[in-house]
Design a protein around this ligand. Sequence first.
Ligand code: ATP
Length: 329
Amino acid sequence: MSAGDAAQRSSTRQHRLVIETRRLTKRYGTRAAVDDVDLHVAEGARYGFLGPNGSGKTTMVRMLLGLVYATRGEIEVLGRPVPARVAEVLPEIGAMVEGPAAYPHLSGRTNLGLLDASGPRRDRDGRRRRDRVEEVLDRVGLGAVDRRPVRTYSLGMRQRLGLAGALLDRPRLLILDEPTNGLDPHGIREVRDLLIELNAAGTTVFLSSHLLAEIEALCTDVGVVDRGRLVLEDALDAVRGPTGRLLVRTPDPEAAVRVLGRAVAERDGETLVVDATTGGPPAPARHLVERGVPLDGLAEQRRSLEDVVVALTGPGSDSARTPAGGLRR
Ligand code: ATP
């Protein structure tokens, strides 16, 4: 089954697509930065576009926004062809690509004011515009920022300012290229919470990242790109399917190991990974309880996104990259 088929099978079937590409390709000389990609982003999704450095994420984002022209293939965003009718969809999109653009000698507030005044949905009421700027600054955690110029901002502050700019028009769709780049763990969590909140209020979120953990913690759907090609696209829940093993937590792991024998595949402190297919009783949890071994917790083990990505991309593709180019947890 192709990545595209998998996507049709999952969440996209019930929802309208807000981004769809068909056989999308961008070549620079002989090199394909994006190679024959069929992308499906359903309305209401938090879609993570995951890939190592240089795999084509930014090129894809730029094509979706009409900033770079495709060599071949088709793009539809919010039901309209891009780039032909991109001007019609831009007012409904909040975007941040390759770090935020801002006038370095002006304050963040002034930058947002200018952006708002020149924006496609310009509000004629100056007071409402100012309130809107304050509101988005607050949302990204820059509410208390003073009048210092943007050139003195840290990378994290610039990133937040870029996000604030993307939120100004209350977009229906957010397209963000590496939105947590340069943020500390606290900032990453704040941005994650903000995106979840916006998504709950109806905004579809499409973001690129090379951080597996970020996608795993934030997204409902994932597309994995490897050297320009989409190697996986599916709902995260489906990707992280059950492994067939059980996670058993017990305050008496020694007793549990004695009772379950060869069925214990791994042990990590008080947690045992139990694989009933390798011997031992067919219903290990019941077996433990019946023999008086106390249980603190029982869960199905699920595959991690990392396991799936590593299996798909394989060691061969990793070894061709620079150490900085790999996917990061
Ligand atoms: P990163 O995570 O580092 O931002 P990325 O996944 O966003 O990487 P892209 O920036 O889209 O990757 O680059 C994909 C490939 O296309 C890379 O090999 C890059 O060198 C090449 N590329 C991108 N833009 C150009 C350009 N304007 N001219 C030539 N090659 C380019």
